[in-house]
Write a protein that binds this ligand. Structure first.
Ligand code: AMP
Length: 219
């Protein structure tokens, strides 16, 4: 199944997608992770896109669409995928329709206070990319990844002033996608109103919605 997870920054897209990938057996593709990887490896592309990412702005459509199209060509995407952080503009959604199509869009509804609390306490593993939270999803040992022992860090774009800009960009560029996909009958909403809701509970809710869509539309 070709799944898109939609929602503002800090809605939990990456956290849930990294768990869903194991349950569903299809790859989790995060364009944000791809962007950070290019920047970390200091590739030509990485140097070009660092400025956008650091400021909380979107990388231009033509660059990100090309990156994603290449990724979707790989064999592991044949049975489907879970997209996290793509599409983020109508232009990207139209490109995705052309490249591969979409079966289901899960829209995560999360209030602003939860988003801000999440992002300002988020910790990422520098080695494997696992996501933690200093308030709600603490690692067993402070500053160290439970999974791989890597060092945890705070993302450059999780600073308060950049968070504000990312939310503005989300409302302006990405929120219109809710209507875009609702009109096509592809959208299902899943809400999380309490920051303390454990990821497992949300993942269970999402799996229920996926099974529902499979039954309704013979996917
Ligand atoms: P994320 O981890 O999804 O919050 O993405 C981090 C940053 O990478 C974003 O703030 C953008 O600068 C860039 N980025 C990731 N995905 C996209 C996308 N689909 N379109 C444009 N820029 C993106």
């Amino acid at each position: 199944m070709k799944i898109v997870i939609l929602g503002p920054p800090g809605a939990g897209k990456g956290t849930y997608a990294s768990r869903l990938t194991k349950i569903l057996g299809i790859p989790h593709i995060s364009t944000g992770d791809m962007v950070r990887d290019e920047i970390r490896r200091q590739t030509d592309l990485g140097r070009k896109i660092k400025e956008y990412s650091d400021k909380g702005e979107l990388v231009p459509d033509e660059i990100i669409i090309k990156l994603l199209a290449e990724r979707l060509k790989r064999d592991d995407c044949k049975r489907g995928f879970i997209l996290d952080g793509f599409p983020r503009t109508i232009g990207q959604a139209e490109a995705l329709d052309r490249i591969s199509g979409v079966d289901l869009v899960i829209n995560l509804n999360v209030p602003d206070n939860v988003i801000i609390a999440r992002l300002s306490n988020r910790l990422i593993c520098s080695k494997c990319g696992a996501i933690y939270n200093a308030l709600t999803l603490k690692p067993k040992k402070e500053g160290i990844c439970d999974r791989c022992g890597g060092k945890l860090y705070r993302r450059e774009d999780d600073r308060p002033e950049v968070i504000k800009e990312r939310l503005r960009v989300y409302r302006r560029e990405t929120e219109p996608l809710i209507e875009y996909y609702a009109k096509r009958g592809l959208l299902k909403n899943v809400s999380c109103n309490d920051i303390m809701t454990p990821p497992e509970v949300m993942v269970e809710k999402i799996i229920k919605v996926i099974r529902e869509a499979e039954r309704e539309r013979n996917l």
